[in-house]
Design a protein around this ligand. Structure first.
Ligand code: ASP
Length: 515
């Protein structure tokens, strides 16, 4: 009861923290970015608990099941709901991107379509001494770091510039570019065509050869860690889940000797949960600092508005899709199958959701997701310990939705027509790519390569969406964590008859309405 009050009373301070963070980062970007270290402290505090939390809670959860065969039941239901919710999310993403059509627009990007997917902009230019100026158009700020520029005049190539720095809005300074074939560029020259090929973004450069089978293979092989400690060091939750499952199951067969060890792990688990309470107290400041510093880094409100405006339709497709999934689909699932009041459930999950938004990491948020589920929403620790760590790694509704929107958006920009068959491939690969994505910032951007490759969309297109990804990452991570929490609520209800748990007074107060 005491803990429950704690989660309620923290909601207001967290909201105040977010408000202050937005104002600080938006109005005083330099001050905002200087707060980065406070946010980092908060993330470190959470991350240090992830591994001990996952291992101890999984071990005691499995040993409390009594009969190891029960895992099959919970596991099957969990995977079923995770798959269904992810599938619905991708579908919503595909519907949104096909209705809004963010990539089919009257912009520079649209011109790529007319020029065989290679030309990013084709506008009059002039060269005066060292500066190439584009007339009537601006480069999109979405480029990563390297691309090629070819100057054309009536299809005659005048000059080529390779791998340079990101240009300022309207102009390129020739001297800043490397490998410049300078002699072919004449000063005081003007022309009618400027061709820019996007290069593969640095983030995905080494990943471009990975196919869906490679990723699946990685997930399967990665289930068993070669080295337990390496898995811990690298924060790989999935192999630790498997290890802890086996460990806990075998522990129950040791009789009295095993019981001592189980009691020890329960005590450790209790300590970790208390440490989470402590860190939670710092959440308003930590979350506020994370938001202030990222907004500051984007250049405050003005910088953010510029980033956002160049890709506003694309961002809107993702955000509206996430909203429909998070505010409509998931609550309905919770109400129907979990028989819980979604509004109360959301309020009690608020600190996890805001942490997800500010950290962009499901894994870092896991301690709070578990705290909110167990203390705030009265999910049995047994269910929460099994469902939530698994969800933080394999269930990513927001990421799956985003991957589908991103892939179709890039195809639209490149003028690639996608048929129903290809949409089905995107549906399947986006689901798998989300399963393969780790619960860390921007993991989904990297696994999008799989989706693009599956339907032959140039992976260079990822450069187009880079600039806004930090923001969309926060939004999709929030939905990822919300999706995990919802399924935990559903599984707890479905498993309840087996665990013979009766509804408590507190549960009644927060809207749990079991038959
Ligand atoms: N940042 C996301 C998460 O941790 C993964 C992604 O990049 O989509 O859930």
């Amino acid at each position: 009861m005491k803990n429950q009050q704690k989660s309620i009373s923290l909601l207001i301070p967290i909201l105040v923290g977010i408000g202050v963070g937005i104002l600080l980062g938006g109005l005083f970007p330099i001050v905002g970015s200087s707060l980065e270290f406070i946010g980092e402290l908060f993330i470190n505090g959470l991350l240090m608990l992830v591994i001990p939390l996952v291992m101890t809670s999984m071990i005691i959860s499995i040993s409390s099941l009594g009969d190891i065969r029960q895992i099959g039941g919970i596991g099957g239901k969990t995977i079923f709901f995770y798959t269904i919710t992810t599938g619905i999310a991708v579908l919503i993403g595909l519907i949104m991107v096909n209705i809004i059509q963010p990539g089919v627009a009257n912009t520079d990007a649209a011109r790529i379509a007319q020029r065989g997917g290679q030309i990013l902009t084709d506008v009059p230019y002039s060269i005066d001494q060292d500066i190439i100026t584009l007339q009537g158009s601006t480069f999109q700020r979405a480029y990563d770091e390297r691309y090629n520029v070819i100057l054309l005049d009536q299809n005659e190539i005048h000059g080529a510039i390779k791998s340079g720095k990101q240009p300022s809005d309207n102009s390129l300074r020739i001297s800043e570019w490397t490998n410049l074939e300078k002699d072919t560029v004449t000063p005081n020259q003007s022309g009618s065509g400027l061709k820019v090929d996007l290069a593969v973004a640095a983030t995905v450069k080494d990943k471009d050869e990975r196919s869906i089978f490679d990723v699946l293979k990685e997930v399967v092989v990665g289930l068993l860690p070669r080295n337990l400690f390496q898995a811990m060091v690298e924060n790989q939750v999935l192999p630790l889940i498997i290890f802890s499952l086996l460990f806990g199951a075998i522990l129950t067969t040791l009789g009295e000797r095993g019981e001592g060890v189980i009691i020890m792990f329960s005590a450790i688990n209790e300590v970790i949960m208390k440490m989470i309470h402590l860190i939670l107290l710092a959440a308003p400041v930590g979350i506020g600092a994370l938001i202030a510093s990222r907004l500051g880094l984007a250049g405050g409100f003005t910088g953010f508005a510029t980033e956002f405006s160049s890709l506003s339709k694309y961002a809107a497709s993702v955000i509206i899709g996430l909203f429909i999934h998070g505010a409509l689909v998931l609550p309905i699932i919770l109400q129907v199958f979990g028989k819980r009041n979604p509004w109360h459930y959301a309020r009690k999950t608020a600190s996890a959701l805001t942490t997800a938004f500010s950290t962009s990491s499901s894994s870092a948020t896991l301690p709070l997701t578990m705290e909110c589920a167990i203390q705030g929403n009265h999910i049995s620790p047994r269910t929460a310990s099994f469902v939530l760590p698994l969800g933080a790694t394999i269930n990513m509704d927001g990421t799956a939705l985003y991957e589908a929107v991103g892939a179709v958006f890039i195809a639209q920009v490149y003028g690639i027509e996608l048929g129903v068959g290809q949409m089905v491939v995107i549906f399947l690969t986006a689901t798998l790519a989300a399963i393969g994505a780790a619960g860390i910032p921007e993991a989904g951007l990297v696994t999008m390569v799989i989706v693009l490759r599956a339907v032959n969309i140039p992976i260079e297109g990822i450069s187009l969406i880079l600039v806004i990804d930090w923001f969309l990452d926060r939004c999709r991570t929030t939905i990822n964590v919300w999706g995990d929490s919802i399924v935990a609520g559903v599984i707890d209800t479905l498993e309840r008859p087996k665990s013979h748990r009766v509804i408590t007074k507190e549960e009644e107060e927060v809207g749990v309405v079991f038959d």
